[in-house]
Design a protein around this ligand. Structure first.
Ligand SMILES: [Fe+2]
Length: 346
C-alpha cells in the first residue's frame, strides 16, 4: 500500500494507493495543496481515481471537484451529502475498490449528517467523527450529538482495537492513533453513557471556525473561494514592485497609467501622484471611455493589492495586454513613506 499523509495547518488529508495496480485515492484534499497532491501522486506512480470527502467540511476548502475535473477522477461522498455533482455517492457497507485495496464505507453521522469513515485493512480514516484525543463537534450545520454517540459507540469503537486511526484533523502534530488507544484514553469517549455524552457535547462552548460560511458555500456548491479567485488572477498577471513604480512615477516620463481602483473617498484622501481613478465596481463599464488605448501600459493599485490584482486580470481579459498590478497596496505605499497626493482627480 502506498500512503501519504499531508497536513495543512490542522487539516489532514491522505493519498492512498495500490502498489500493484497504481490505482489511487485522495481523502479530504484541501485546496491550497493541489500541486502537492499531484506531485506526490506522480512521484509515487499513482493514478488518482477517486477523490473522497469524508463529510461536508465547514472549516476547510475542499479541492475534490477541482482535482477530479483535472484528472478525470470520480468525486465520492456519502449519499446524504448536499454537494451537487458528486460522481459516486456511497452508503454504509459499500466498498471503494482501489486495485487490490478496499476502503469500506461506515456511515457515521453526528459531526455532520453525511459523515463517513473509511475502513482499510489496517487503518481507518475517521474524518471528523473520531479525532486523536477528541471527537468532531456537533454544533455546526447537520451536527447531532445523539447520532455521534451511536456512530462512535455503536460502529467505530467496536472495530478491531489494533486499527490505526487517521483523522481529518489534528492540531498537535500527531499523525495517528489506534481504536484501542482512543477507547482507553480519549477524554470524550470516557462518557460511555448516552445522556452524559450528549450533555457533554452540548456543553462544549466552541468558537466558530474561521471562514465557516465561505467553506460551506464553496464545498456545498462547488463554487470558488476568494483565495482561489485571487490565485487564478495572480497566475495571469505580472506585478510591478512599489520601488519600481515610484522610480517610474518620479522620472516624469508618463509612459504608464497608474490606475487607482479604490472608491473616490479613498482616492481623494491620498493617491499615487498622477494616478487616475476608476473604481473596481465600474471598471468594465467605464474602461473604454477612460482608457481608449488598449496598448497603454497600466499599473493598477488599491488598498491592499488584492482588488488591484483582480482588476489587472479583468483588464487583460478585456484586451489590455500590458495591464499589471502593483505588488502591494496603498497601505504599504504609505508605510514605506512613498509620495502621495490628496484631492480630487484633475
Ligand atoms: Fe469537519
Amino acid at each position: 500500500m502506498i500512503f501519504e499523509q499531508i497536513a495543512t495547518g490542522g487539516c489532514q488529508s491522505y493519498l492512498v494507493g495500490c502498489a500493484d495496480t497504481c490505482a489511487g485515492a485522495l481523502i479530504d484534499p484541501e485546496v491550497s495543496q493541489i500541486d502537492r497532491y499531484l506531485g506526490l501522486a506522480t512521484r509515487d506512480g499513482l493514478r488518482i481515481r477517486f477523490v473522497i470527502d469524508t463529510h461536508t467540511h465547514a472549516d476547510h476548502f475542499s479541492a475534490s471537484r477541482r482535482i477530479a475535473e483535472r484528472l478525470d477522477a470520480m468525486t465520492v461522498m456519502h449519499r446524504a451529502s448536499p454537494a451537487p455533482a458528486i460522481a459516486m455517492r456511497v452508503d454504509d457497507g459499500e466498498s471503494i475498490v482501489l486495485g487490490k485495496l478496499r476502503l469500506q464505507v461506515l456511515h457515521t453521522p453526528g459531526h455532520t449528517a453525511d459523515s463517513m469513515c473509511l475502513v482499510g485493512a489496517d487503518r481507518v480514516f475517521t474524518g471528523d467523527t473520531l479525532l486523536i484525543g477528541g471527537t468532531g463537534r456537533t454544533d455546526l450545520p447537520t451536527g447531532d450529538p445523539e447520532a455521534l454517540y451511536d456512530s462512535l459507540f455503536g460502529k467505530l469503537l467496536p472495530l478491531d482495537p489494533a486499527l490505526l486511526v487517521y483523522p481529518a484533523h489534528d492540531y498537535k502534530g500527531r499523525s495517528h492513533s489506534t481504536i484501542g488507544a482512543e477507547t482507553l484514553t480519549n477524554p470524550r469517549l470516557q462518557q460511555r453513557e448516552r445522556g452524559a455524552f450528549v450533555a457533554m457535547m452540548k456543553s462544549l462552548d466552541l468558537s466558530m471556525p474561521t471562514h465557516l460560511t465561505e467553506a460551506l458555500r464553496t464545498n456545498m456548491s462547488g463554487g470558488k473561494t476568494v483565495g482561489e479567485m485571487l490565485a487564478e488572477a495572480t497566475a495571469h498577471v505580472p506585478f510591478m514592485s512599489m520601488a519600481e513604480l515610484r522610480a517610474r512615477v518620479e522620472s516624469g516620463t508618463h509612459e504608464l497609467v497608474v490606475l487607482d481602483v479604490r472608491e473616490k473617498d479613498a482616492y481623494e484622501a491620498g493617491h499615487i501622484p498622477g494616478a487616475r481613478l476608476l473604481p473596481r465596481g465600474q471598471l468594465e463599464l467605464r474602461v473604454d471611455k477612460e482608457l481608449p488605448d488598449p496598448t497603454a501600459r497600466i499599473v493598477t493599485c488599491c488598498e491592499f493589492g488584492r482588488i488591484s490584482t483582480l482588476a489587472a486580470s479583468t483588464l487583460r481579459t478585456m484586451g489590455f495586454q500590458r495591464a499589471v498590478a502593483l505588488d502591494g497596496g496603498m497601505k504599504a505605499w504609505l508605510e514605506a513613506g512613498y509620495p502621495t497626493r490628496a484631492g480630487a482627480q484633475p
